[in-house]
Design a binder for this molecule. Structure first.
Ligand SMILES: CC(C)(COP(=O)(O)OP(=O)(O)OC[C@H]1O[C@@H](n2cnc3c(N)ncnc32)[C@H](O)[C@@H]1OP(=O)(O)O)[C@@H](O)C(=O)NCCC(=O)NCCS
Length: 198
């Protein structure tokens, strides 16, 4: 099949899904993001330890500037905003990571983190679907992968819910918190995604 073309993109408007708004983080989000990035249960399989508010503020300041995808390594760390309702003000309930791994090979990487109060409701899948759609339709990528800890059952279930296939299981390739850990690779291709959403 003919390779597709990569289209550089700058995020200048939120991505809206049925229940969420995906948008670049702002400093106003720091408390909401700290509320989950400071939790042991959230960070259990993440590559960072629970974060202080000060660290979250530094990260958010940096992430808020990451809005353009045009070369290898460019990334987005989008806030998942649950809009205001009659019962509650708008708040950030998680974030979606996306990076361009290789413009030459049209490859990307996806990741996700939710506040535990908002898991089990399909929000992460809803956001990830929008990001995959963006990756394949807007950016023109061919393949999107997720790297995860194979002990992370919730993340594996999410990959499978999105139609991602287990492609690799690397044994003890990661020095993780004082021990060796494995890495699982899940992925989906543009044509597979298109067949799912048709
Ligand atoms: C990984 C993580 C994002 C998954 O979140 P999640 O809420 O379980 O994922 P989903 O959005 O796919 O939700 C699926 C659950 O919602 C339920 N659900 C409810 N309404 C739904 C809907 N409208 N659509 C889909 N699922 C729905 C599903 O039945 C499923 O429930 P189950 O877990 O009891 O089977 C979350 O566990 C997390 O943030 N973990 C900590 C950070 C982390 O490890 N990140 C990954 C690093 S690789």
């Amino acid at each position: 099949m003919e390779p597709r073309a990569f289209t550089p993109v700058t995020i200048d408007a939120p991505i809206r899904t049925e229940r969420l708004i995906l948008r670049p983080m702002t400093l106003d989000d720091v408390d909401d993001i700290h509320a989950y990035q400071s939790l042991d249960e959230v960070c259990r399989y993440l590559l960072f330890e629970p974060r202080s508010r000060e660290t979250v503020a530094e990260k958010v300041a940096f992430y808020s500037t990451a809005t353009t995808l045009e070369k290898d390594g460019d990334f987005l760390q989008l806030a998942l905003e649950l809009p205001a309702s009659a019962d509650a003000p708008a708040r950030v309930i998680g974030d979606s990571y996306f990076s361009v791994k290789s413009v030459a090979n049209l490859g990307g990487e996806i990741g996700w983190t939710m506040h535990p109060d908002f898991t089990g409701r399909g929000y992460a899948a809803e956001a990830a679907s929008a990001v995959l759609d963006f990756a394949f339709t807007t950016l023109g990528l061919h393949r999107v992968a997720a790297d995860l800890d194979p002990r992370n059952d919730a993340s594996i279930a999410l990959c499978r819910r999105l139609g991602m296939r287990e492609e690799a299981h690397f044994v003890e390739d990661l020095a993780f918190r004082g021990e060796w850990a494995d890495t699982g690779i899940y992925a989906i291709l543009d044509r597979e995604w298109a067949a799912r959403v048709r």
